[in-house]
Design a protein. Structure first.
Length: 192
């Protein structure tokens, strides 16, 4: 049997030997990194970047979103979305159009080529998921899903109760260039 790559092997060694009881946030982050890495390798064989996969997956479920809606659903800043969409348009996966009376809104629409990628790429993600849970009992998978959904729900509730919002890239840059040592109102420093 082949050994895991040094990146994935390093993550595994870290959790088994160095910090077996470290914070849950770190474990979730490392599990995500391993899943993303496995999918990235498979997407690369089809010349699709993980960033493009993220937007394609959202558009396959809801074609015709605005760039802003796409940014929000992907959890990335609008400049990141803009750059990715420019590249995806050059590749022929999407087209961007202004529709209706609001000239500010730019809608993102899949092309036939972008739609066809779904048949090729979704099975790759399904394979990664199947590999990830190999040897894990269905009850344990259900429990893990329940725990992760509860974590997401608790953090969403906390965000809403504290009336917090994610600062823009510009606001974060202003904070860091001013050399502030304490966060601005609405931005809490949190150790994860």
């Amino acid at each position: 049997m082949k050994r895991a790559s040094s990146g994935t092997q390093s993550i595994l060694r870290h959790w088994r030997e160095a910090v077996p009881d470290d914070r849950l946030a770190h474990l979730v982050k490392d599990a995500t990194r391993a899943l993303v890495r496995a999918l990235q390798m498979r997407l690369a064989a089809h010349a699709v970047s993980f960033g493009h996969w993220t937007f394609l997956r959202i558009l396959w479920e809801g074609d015709g979103l605005t760039q802003r809606e796409l940014s929000e659903q992907a959890g990335v800043m609008e400049p990141t979305t803009f750059s990715a969409l420019k590249a995806m348009e050059r590749l022929g996966y999407i087209r961007r159009r202004r529709l209706g009376g609001d000239r500010k809104k730019i809608y993102v629409l899949l092309t036939p080529k972008g739609r066809r990628l779904r048949r090729q790429l979704v099975p790759l993600a399904e394979d990664v998921n199947n590999i990830a849970v190999r040897g894990v009992r269905a009850a344990e998978i259900a429990l893990a899903r329940g725990v992760l959904l509860a974590i997401i729900e608790n953090l969403a509730r906390d965000e809403q109760a504290a009336d917090m919002r994610m600062p823009s890239t510009r606001a974060l840059a202003q904070i860091s260039t001013k050399g502030r040592s304490r966060p601005r109102k609405g931005i809490r420093s949190v150790k994860t």
